[in-house]
Design a protein around this ligand. Structure first.
Ligand code: CA
Length: 221
């Protein structure tokens, strides 16, 4: 799940980023409204968390332009508690939900999960390959209905492979996806995670093929 998080207060941004990445979402951070507006024209996200008071371009304008382009991504706006008009304008411009600052982090997490679920119907947040199931919102995997014990990094590698089942996935792409989650890791580390995943998936006849010099491919059963 890819989240764009736009917030210009560095302290607030820091604590939220930590929470979101702990939940294993791939978070792109931006502090400037104009740059966020540009990012939204060139990249796709599953959720946007948008502060209203921003340098460069107001959050409400970023949102207005986004909806004007007919992009349906769920948007959660962050507003100051005393600025009712901000909230009203945000909702009028097509925000899906709002949180007034200051808010509790568990509440933010709950709203994020709810919006991600709404954006992805229950079936589309579930990836399924044979007996292997991955809930991309709840961040858990099962094999033949048994829960799989996976680390955060293994889960991300698995998600990337499952989204591209039957296609070659390069080690560079896997590294890039990990770095979106705030984890800088090496190609060698990717090899270790794939090795571990293979062991854990063995029982379910789910096979990750190595293509020399190219990368990996999760085979269709
Ligand atoms: Ca602000």
């Amino acid at each position: 799940m890819r989240i764009l998080f736009v917030e210009d207060d560095p302290i607030m941004a820091d604590s939220l980023m930590r929470i979101l990445r702990q939940s294993y979402y791939a978070v792109t951070y931006e502090s400037d409204g104009r740059r966020a507006d540009h990012l939204l024209t060139v990249q796709q996200f599953d959720l946007v968390i948008l502060d209203m008071g921003l340098p460069g371009m107001e959050g409400s304008e970023v949102l207005r332009r986004l909806r004007h382009r007919n992009v349906k991504v769920p948007v959660l706006i962050l507003t100051a508690r005393d600025k009712v008009e901000d909230r009203v304008r945000g909702l009028d411009f097509g925000a899906d939900d709002y949180l007034a600052k200051p808010f509790d982090l568990p509440e933010l997490e709950a709203r994020v999960r709810a919006l991600l679920r709404r954006g992805h119907s229950a079936s589309s947040s579930q990836l399924k390959i044979g007996e292997l199931c991955l809930d991309t919102v709840g961040r858990r995997a099962t094999l033949a209905d048994e829960s799989l014990e996976l680390s955060a990094r293994e889960l991300t590698v698995l998600e990337v492979l499952m989204l591209r089942v039957g296609r070659v996935v390069s080690k560079d792409l896997l590294c890039e996806q990990m770095s979106n989650m705030g984890e800088e890791i090496s190609v060698n580390a990717i090899e270790v995670y794939v090795h571990r995943l293979r062991k854990k998936l063995e029982a379910g006849h789910v096979n990750i093929r190595t293509l020399r010099g190219l990368g990996y491919m999760l085979e269709k059963p």
